[in-house]
Design a protein around this ligand. Structure first.
Ligand code: SAM
Length: 444
């Protein structure tokens, strides 16, 4: 370790920046929004003024001025940083990730500030902005935790439970009252305090489409419940030691009943586990996420929803097919093609037949011919473009394109078995145009 990272408290402290120009301005900007009292001087203000400062930055453009300021800071006995003179620095300025009380500094001991900045950019991506709220919450309850858990080990365990469980999640979500209540449950020894369920959108397949938040909770989970729409590459990103429970429909077997899944989620949370319920696409788009959330809330389990990229958005983006377009579609509607007990789904066919309107049908593989018939009967043009996308954003993607009157045939010719969406409307003619090539690629 060539230099030692240490953090200077800024509350009620003076920070001095000496010099004019962009480098001095940049140093001063570091303290925007901090509680430090920032003082700026064009040239050295003298030893007495510098005495007692927490930090001094020397950044002027005149070399003689800089040396004078450095000597004065030295004589005043305060830590000094001289821009572009690493050999004169008592401390280096790190690249900073600022999350309020949570501060991350990256240093290359003055060797390569660009490298430190590049690394900072990567850290910025993985430390959500909400961590500022979590750190503020920790500050708020610190004395209470210390008083209620005087022993070091017990205190460490309490902090782990608070910050990684329901209290931490509530604080990250900005709900400080819920965070306080959950922390109180931990401090009063309630074993359920740690349990929390996240309903997480796994997206349509491509793991790069996961949100940063989804990744964070997946890597923090004790147990993950998933079904068959969740891509194996997404499942691979779950914490290695987490238990994985399949709750989908295995080949030749019945699906696990919804009520049973909800009970398993509730049981796991009440054992104090961090639970992730992974769902294909977005949990709230034809994903029964609403029912699961209601059941969890009714059972008094802390539950959160992490959105995902729904199939329509992921598949359309991959195909280069915009779902709305100023020239072709002013509205888009997502509908389910699934009908209880077979037959056509119960939809407002007239509304769906409006011109300049894109309809995206989920779960419509079996009912595609009926859907086409109903739309045409309700007034949609027989020649309306349609695009069928199966297994979008996976290596098995298949796309077939044609017109509404031939939708049934397209499904058969393209050997579409699902999961697939049907995009119906003028926009379906846009995007990857060479359909023959697309189908050929998919068949390989
Ligand atoms: C029960 S719904 C779940 C939808 C999911 N919650 C979402 O937001 O995408 C299942 C339907 O989503 C669509 N779907 C899911 N993943 C897909 C994919 N990778 N490619 C095409 N369609 C997909 C299909 O219509 C499938 O029948």
């Amino acid at each position: 370790m060539q230099s030692f990272p240490a953090f200077f408290p800024l509350e009620g402290r003076r920070v001095v920046v000496i010099g004019q120009g962009p480098a001095a301005d940049a140093k001063a900007r570091l303290f925007d929004g901090s509680p430090a009292a920032l003082e700026r001087f064009d040239a050295s203000p003298g030893v007495e003024t510098l005495r007692g400062a927490a930090l001094v930055f020397v950044a002027g453009e005149d070399e003689a001025d800089r040396m004078r300021a450095w000597r004065a800071a030295r004589e005043a006995g305060v830590p000094v940083n001289v821009v572009d003179h690493t050999e004169l620095c008592d401390f280096y300025t790190p690249a900073i990730v600022d999350r309020g009380a949570l501060v991350i500094g990256v240093s290359t001991s003055g060797a390569a500030p660009t490298l430190a900045r590049d690394l900072r950019a990567r850290i910025e991506q993985v430390v959500p902005a909400a961590y500022e709220k979590l750190a503020a919450f920790a500050q708020r309850i610190r004395t209470r935790v210390t008083a209620r858990r005087p022993g070091i080990d017990a205190r460490r365990r309490a902090w782990e439970t608070i910050l990684r469980g329901a209290a931490g999640e509530a604080a990250l979500a900005g709900d400080m009252d819920a965070a306080e209540r959950a922390a109180e449950r931990v401090l009063s020894g309630d074993p359920r305090a740690r349990g929390v369920v996240h309903l997480v959108g796994a997206g349509p397949g491509d793991p790069d489409l996961l949100t940063i938040k989804a990744l964070r909770v997946m890597q923090d989970a004790d147990v993950v419940f998933y079904d068959k729409l969740v891509d194996p590459r997404v499942l691979d990103l779950v914490r290695r030691d987490a238990e994985r429970v399949f709750v989908g429909k295995a080949r030749g077997q019945h699906a696990v009943p919804q009520r049973n899944i909800e009970e398993q989620l509730i049981d796991a949370a009440k054992q104090g586990l961090r639970v992730v319920r992974l769902k294909g696409g977005d949990p709230f788009v034809f994903g029964r996420g609403g029912e699961e959330l209601e059941a969890l809330k009714a059972a008094d389990v802390a539950a959160y929803v992490v959105p995902g990229v729904t199939a329509a958005l992921g598949c359309a983006a991959e195909a280069g097919t915009p779902l709305t377009h100023r020239d072709h579609a002013q509205a888009v509607t997502f509908v389910t093609g699934h009908a209880k007990g077979g037959g056509a789904p119960d939809l407002d066919w007239r509304a769906l037949s409006a011109a300049k309107h894109t309809v995206v049908v989920y779960m419509g593989v079996d009912t595609a011919p009926l859907i086409a018939k109903k739309l045409i009967e309700a007034g949609r043009a027989a020649g309306t473009p349609v695009l069928v996308i199966e297994n979008g954003t996976t290596a098995r993607v298949k796309r077939v394109r044609g017109t509404l009157d031939r939708l049934g045939e397209l499904m058969v010719e393209g050997e579409i078995y699902g999961p697939a969406i049907l995009i119906i409307g003028d926009v379906a003619a846009l995007g990857d145009a060479d359909v023959a090539k697309i189908v050929a690629e998919a068949v390989q």
